[in-house]
Design a protein around this ligand. Structure first.
Ligand SMILES: NC(=O)c1ccc[n+]([C@@H]2O[C@H](COP(=O)([O-])OP(=O)(O)OC[C@H]3O[C@@H](n4cnc5c(N)ncnc54)[C@H](O)[C@@H]3O)[C@@H](O)[C@H]2O)c1
Length: 418
């Protein structure tokens, strides 16, 4: 039994079933785990992980442990921990400090508990661990080999640290692997964000004006899936190329100020701040539903909504109704935190299989390549390709191989028109 602080350790048997279900749907990680069991590439290594404590993260934590690591884990969002899973992990030797619905103070207490293990590898989802180490626990830095980062927002923060020369150990940007963002951010967020909205509201998507703020990988996925459900999708952007892409993908594109008047459901996925503001909420229709699926709860100006409202009530779990002075109601989902994790279960196991295969293999890479320069690195191409290959194999899909003639042709420059 590990050291832990979870909501209720008696929830462990339910957690076991959830983790069993996820394991069955994560064949790539399963292969890595059986190799890790034999080779123990993480023997003697302590990993401090701050990830959403979901059934998929449990499969990753157990894989790292199978590789010989000591794992200390906390949640990367105050509302995303699955308490059953946290309890189960505690019974399986993972030192876990996580429970759902934490005040910010407890959230950082959990991070500090993890840091007390003096990790040699940090695994972040949003760069909060790196932030605490660099600001408050600098004594730990000499002990760290490197870290990994799971999400776009974290990578942006870490690149800013690198630019400012504030970063003190190397990081691998797992988010930037093709086998991560093309699948996790796009298909994972696309499906699970809709899942969160439906679990919180159970409204019909078909025929509604569905506003997607941000046409990055997450926004593309959500727009695609909302369209598939029959919504009239509106995209808002600040980047001309992405906006043009949304136009050509068949979506309406306009500023938030105009979208605010039309939309029935609004979702922010920008990694930016104050994307939906007071002036937008003032224009919204009665009954509008507003949610965020970007990393931090800063994309919707919730303080403004609180100030504008004359009353507020909770209608269902993760669904708060704010009434404005003119009687208009705005419905905020999951307190503006990641709706797919707070109101549903996060991404399906099948996509997390690839994201977390990258996490496990990059942890191994950091151990094998101690002493990397202090930079933010892309995932090594061979790891990305290996994950893609293993996933295809698990799906029973085979592809063509280049012939020798093709290899030669693709490597020469002197063959053109014939
Ligand atoms: N919900 C999840 O489970 C999940 C999964 C992966 C990533 N994320 C998070 O989602 C966010 C987006 O990630 P991504 O990979 O799509 O990033 P991305 O960089 O590919 O896309 C973000 C897009 O938002 C646009 N944008 C920025 N400010 C805007 C504004 N004010 N209005 C409209 N558009 C704006 C950018 O131009 C860009 O096209 C990040 O915070 C990321 O960490 C969440």
């Amino acid at each position: 039994m590990a050291d832990y602080k979870v909501k209720d350790i008696n929830l462990a048997p339910q957690g076991a079933l959830l983790v069993e279900w996820a394991t069955e749907h994560m064949p790539v990680l399963a292969q890595i785990r059986s190799r890790f069991e034999k080779e123990k590439p993480l023997k003697g290594i302590t990993i401090g992980a701050c990830l959403h404590v979901t059934k998929e993260t449990a499969v990753l934590a157990l894989t790292l442990k199978a590789g010989g690591a000591t794992v200390a884990l906390c949640g990367s969002n105050p509302l995303s921990t699955q308490d059953e899973v946290a309890a189960y992990l505690a019974t399986k030797g993972i030192n876990v400090y996580a429970w759902r619905e934490q005040p910010t103070e407890d959230y950082f207490w959990c991070i500090n508990q993890v840091l007390d293990y003096k990790p040699q590898i940090t695994m972040d989802d949003g760069a909060d661990v790196v932030g605490v180490i660099h600001k408050e626990r600098t004594d730990l830095i000499p002990n760290v080999i490197g870290g990994t980062e799971e999400t776009t927002t974290g990578v942006i923060r870490l690149r800013a640290m690198e630019q400012d020369k504030a970063l003190k150990y190397p990081i691998i940007a797992v988010n930037d692997a093709y086998t991560k963002y093309l699948f996790d951010n796009r298909y994972g967020t696309g499906q699970s964000t809709l899942d969160g909205i439906l679990r919180a509201t159970s409204v019909l998507i078909a025929g509604k004006y569905f506003v997607v703020a941000g046409y990055g990988w997450c926004g593309r996925g959500l727009a695609m899936r909302a369209k598939g459900q029959g919504a009239k999708v509106i995209v808002t952007e600040v980047d001309a190329t992405k906006a043009l892409e949304a136009v050509m993908d068949g979506f309406l594109v306009m500023p938030m100020e105009e979208a605010a008047e039309l939309g029935d459901i609004f979702v922010t996925l920008t990694g930016d701040t104050s994307v939906i503001r007071k002036e937008h909420m003032e224009k919204m229709k009665d009954g509008a539903i507003v949610a965020n699926s970007g990393h931090f709860n800063v994309e919707i100006d919730i303080q403004d909504l609180e100030k504008m409202a004359t009353s507020k009530r909770t209608l269902r779990p993760n669904l708060e109704e704010y009434t404005l002075p003119d009687g208009k109601r705005i419905h905020l989902l999951a307190e503006g935190r990641l709706v797919n994790l707070a109101a549903a279960e996060g991404h399906p196991s099948e996509v997390m299989d690839m994201s977390f295969a990258n996490q496990a293999m990059n942890a191994e890479y950091l151990v094998k390549n101690k002493g990397l320069d202090i930079k933010v690195y892309r995932v090594p191409q061979e790891i990305d390709e290996l994950v893609a290959g293993l996933k295809l194999k698990a799906l029973g899909v085979s592809i063509d191989e280049l012939t020798d003639k093709q290899k030669k042709y693709l490597a020469t420059w002197d063959e053109g028109t014939i």
